[in-house]
Design a protein around this ligand. Sequence first.
Ligand code: GKR
Ligand code: MG
Length: 450
Amino acid sequence: MSEYGSTPIVKSMKVVPVAGYDSMLMTLSGAHAPFFTRNIVILEDSAGHQGIGEIHGGDYTCEALRACESLVVGQPVGKYRGILDSIHKHTKRAKEDDGEGIQSLDISKLKFVVKAEWAIECALLDLLGQALGLQMCDLLGDGKQRDKVETLGYLFYVSDKNKAAKLNYLDESSSSDSWFKMRRNEMLTPEKIVEQAQCLHEKYGFRNFKLKGGVLDGHEEMKAVCALKKAFPNGRINIDPNGAWSLSEAIELCKPLENVLTYIEDPCGPEAGYSSREIMAEFKNAVKLPVATNMIATDWRQFYHSAALKSVDIVLADPHFWGFGGSIRIAQLLNDWGLTWGSHSNNHFDITLAAFAQVGAAAPGKPTALDTHWIWQDGQNLLDDAPRIVDGYLEVPEKFGLGVTLNMKKLEEANALYNKLPSHDRNDAEAMQYLIPNWKFDSKKPCLVR
Ligand code: GKR
Ligand code: MG
């Protein structure tokens, strides 16, 4: 046994920024660009194992990860909590981080809500699981609670990419897969949203759906919600306008749909000097629907105020915001308090998909079906063995650790694509300006309403 005990030592740490293709997906913050970016962490240990993690893209997060290398390399894998603690103690808050978080969906602040070191946590847990002969979910909370994790079909309005032809969105119109063929085309009506849901139901078996709102007038979006419920009478339907509606609009739109919606996500945001935690508490007094958030409770301090005000029932505690251990700690607390855990997502590769499977497998109680953007990226794998979504459930990899194997060739290709991009940060305004000249983000106006 070495002076460190018997777990292997981290020998090297690499950070590889990567990019993948996306559709012209619409949200309150604008239109998704043709490419999204992520950062991949690769650790090698003295036992010859590789541990991997994935987190949001962009130079800020990439640099934050690279700055951690000396705190990770040379450390025993089993000391992963101490490694993360030393990273936290060395990390200074960025000057531009005003603490506002994403309660107004200002995408430029997302990088402060995402914590780079959780990709390192993932890679360390991957190594520890391999060293101990355990799945990652067995290292979290009370260990594995289930073999498969329910996920939802994340529906988006999609704009016509030909209106932004200069941006070169991927065209998949000749694909033999009916979902791949559909997902890059315009879908802006209730009929098209139902077709999208039906196609996803056929391919992945989803019975739960979330429509990304904040795009069209709220009444128009509610027509799509009602059409979805008609097509899937036993389905669980949710809409997420990312806080775009005023309190009175949110009540007017949601009250008549108490029997159509299963829950509602971030219906309103800050207004009239009140924070979104206060406004959402008032919404909950007026409408009998469970309320979910990934905007007003993204860390423990925000959660304290949300819980004190009873602003939310479902906290979508994404491990990229809360950490793997942190997501499970809040999942346990929510379960003990009779509340519900779930996870939010942004665009991601299949390493994050595997991570969602592991965290979802360890969450106690009855988590709400997890969000994943994966369906919009499916096929662009970085792994040899991406977990599958079958019958609406994400399979939990059975091998030790994270349970998946990185494909170095695919990683190199995704890195080469990243290196060709003029900018690495998410910007939803650029593509939007092809649809509406001089378009500017307004947290209170659906993006196509100007
Ligand atoms: O990636 O466009 C997106 C999503 O709309 C993201 O920005 C949201 O934060 O998915 C997220 C949500 O559930 O609010
Ligand atoms: Mg949301």
